[in-house]
Design a protein around this ligand. Structure first.
Ligand SMILES: Cc1ncc(COP(=O)(O)O)c(C=O)c1O
Length: 385
């Protein structure tokens, strides 16, 4: 028998199975049946902004060979990312510290391999974005799960970190987070970053939902720590999921290690996507319309869902998710979500993906679909028990 590596045991990302079930339900519907409302997916219903598409089309027509770029990306894109940090956060980041990656997903293995060794303990709160745990585990690193609840808005706190003995080697934070849609407010992020620096813990900050914060200002970990690794992407605010382009802001000591890894693992992010991403920085007016739409959908759902019996919702501060505690309705969120899909054609994601211990009593609503669909979802659920 041929050997199969342990990395092949990585668990599935269950939301992908939910997407398949929703597709199957949609194709089984009779003509005239109401369509499936997609609240399981975490990707904007909109495509890339028009200016990004136009830039890609121009590049295709130009005869440019669209070859590899340097491992850290096109210099002009890295400079636009630097300008973005100046404009959004008032920060002056040297261009050398910016690495363009194949989405945030491509950034994680680079960051984890550069910062940690097999066996290292990396803390994160549950509920969490499943690939953090699955990638760490595939790389033989050890996730240390901190159970978080509504008292800390499903985010870590310094008290939770201080209770870890010995302290971990690393900490992953995400604000706004997936699946809870909650934030670490600037003072909370600063306190955590200071604790990490003092304790010698490498902070990895996933900032992919920056720009999708509705009530409070947002801070980047690179404004409070010189040793943090910041992960970001064009997938969410910039609405460019399929273009597969993201970036890292690296601390000085990890620049060269990550560059060597990137050269070997990916060579570079797709050239055409880098061209489009650069142009996306000129599209804030169009992107602001998306954000306004998410905000209206959120405002609607935080009223409609409690009226429909989902009264325990995470505070909807950012991203486009609401995490609902459904313990008063079910102790089997996978079965509950399957029944919702079968009976009212609404696809949502059971919490088991995000929290192995408590996910059976949670589910995640995603509200990045059309505004009309989000209103219709409230109506369908109002009459459903
Ligand atoms: C918290 C979080 N980080 C990272 C990613 C991966 O994003 P990308 O499309 O940039 O690979 C996602 C995607 O849903 C996410 O929710």
């Amino acid at each position: 028998m041929l050997k199969v590596g342990r990395g092949a045991n990585a668990p599935p990302f269950i939301v992908m199975d939910v997407i398949a079930a929703a597709n199957a339900r949609q194709s089984a519907l009779a003509p005239g049946d109401p369509a499936v409302i997609r609240m399981e997916v975490g990707q904007p219903g909109t495509g890339a902004p028009a200016g990004a598409v136009a830039a890609a089309q121009a590049a295709l027509r130009s005869g440019d060979p669209l070859g590899y770029t340097e491992a850290f990306g096109r210099r002009s894109l890295r400079e636009r990312i630097v300008s973005h940090y100046r404009a959004w956060y008032g920060l002056a980041i040297p261009t050398e510290r910016i690495a363009v990656t194949v989405g945030a997903s491509g950034a994680f293995p680079l960051a984890f391999l550069a910062a940690f060794d097999p066996g290292d303990r990396v803390a994160l709160t549950s509920p969490f974005y499943p690939p953090y745990v699955n990638i760490l585990t595939a790389l033989r690193m050890r996730p240390v799960i901190l159970e978080a609840g509504p008292e800390t808005r499903f985010q870590p706190s310094v008290a939770m970190l201080e209770a870890l003995d010995p302290p971990p080697d690393g900490l992953i934070v995400a604000s706004p987070s997936n699946p809870a849609g909650t934030m670490l407010h600037p003072d909370e992020l600063a306190a955590i970053a200071t604790w990490c620096d003092r304790t010698g813990v490498r902070l990895i900050s996933d900032e992919i939902y920056h720009g999708l914060n509705y009530d409070s200002p947002i801070a980047s970990a690179c404004s409070v720590s010189g040793s943090a690794v910041v992960v970001n992407s064009f997938s969410k605010y910039f609405s460019m999921t399929g273009w597969r382009v993201g970036w890292l802001v690296l601390p000085d000591d990890l620049v060269r290690p990550v560059e060597r890894l990137a050269q070997n693992l990916f060579i570079s992010a797709p050239y055409i996507s880098q061209v489009a991403a650069e142009a996306a920085f000129d599209c804030h007016a169009e992107l602001a319309l998306n954000v306004a739409r998410y905000r209206r959908s959120r405002d609607h759902l935080v009223r409609a869902l409690p009226a429909a019996g989902f009264s325990r919702l995470s505070p909807a501060e950012g991203a486009f998710y609401l995490f609902a505690d459904i313990a008063d309705r079910s102790n089997d969120s996978a079965a509950f979500c399957a029944r919702m899909l079968a009976e009212v054609s609404i696809a949502v994601t059971p919490g088991v993906d995000f929290d192995h211990a408590r996910g059976n009593r949670f589910l995640r609503f995603s509200y990045c679909g059309s505004e009309a669909d989000m209103r219709e979802a409230g109506e369908r659920l109002a009459g459903w028990r």
